[in-house]
Ligand binder design. Sequence first.
Ligand code: DC
Length: 225
Amino acid sequence: MQEKSVAIDGPAGAGKSTLARALARELGYLYVDTGAIYRTVALRAWEAGADPSDPEQIAPLLKGLDLRMDYGADGVQRMYLSGRDVTEAIRVHQISGLASQVAALPPVRDFLLDFQRRQAMEHDVVMDGRDIGTVVLPRAGVKIFLTAAPEARAERRLLELRQRGQEAEFDAVLSDILRRDEQDRTRAVAPLRQAEDAVLLDTTELDRAGSLEALLAIVREGLSR
Ligand code: DC
């Protein structure tokens, strides 16, 4: 039910997915990573050799799109494209930029809106993304806008990439994050912004445990109202 859901929005690298997953576990909710859904559409575009910024090329791909997600015994959200498990494939560096591009296209956002809302109708969810509190779940029980300084976000993203065995340079990761922020914030449809009724949580000075504690306090207070 939407009124019991938790919506978490914010820029790339703010720690949304790590925190949202931990929060969902704590609440016994389902965690829905909406970025992964956009990434799967981006992978489809990439494999089809389509221009990710051209709606005329992307819209036809949506018609035959066989996109599915499920949850393993470990609670990890897995994404499937035409039956193929693409959970790892959508995490590569190029897909981040492509996802931000396809996410700016109105036909892509329209197509994914129902898909995302359905999850919140069927389950109590912690859902993270860019427009969850503003567009997807406007009646969410608690809305959080999670952010951190760009340098802190780049540092965390770098660590995450390295843990996955991907090499990257700090400056490149930072400029990539800034470019994506700009793209996500300035698009015409459902841009990244804080909902009026969202609580702002800045984690620049907080470690993971401190961030989770702060997040839990906001959510418990919000859901008890
Ligand atoms: O959270 P992420 O980095 O996995 O998201 C990838 C891209 O998808 C991001 O740059 C913007 C887009 N996105 C979006 O526009 N709306 C969402 N609800 C989630 C992601």
